[in-house]
Design a protein around this ligand. Sequence first.
Ligand SMILES: [Zn+2]
Length: 80
Amino acid sequence: MKSRCPVCRKVMDEAGQQSSREGGFYPFCCNRCRMIDLGKWFDGDYRIPAEVKPEEAEDISEETAKGENAASQRDKAEND
Ligand SMILES: [Zn+2]
């Protein structure tokens, strides 16, 4: 029976499934697809983490923190 790799949708015939079992990455067609699927679960969705460079990610979180601080300080002033 043929099956499809859940990641890249490549059709695996019985020989392909056999070799993926032997490689330890069944039901995926190859180890790369297996790692992609694991990363997907760890990340919580379908984003590819490597798309954001570490420096850029830091900038984004810094901006967000500043914005939240300013907002909470404003709220405090109003409540006082
Ligand atoms: Zn695949």
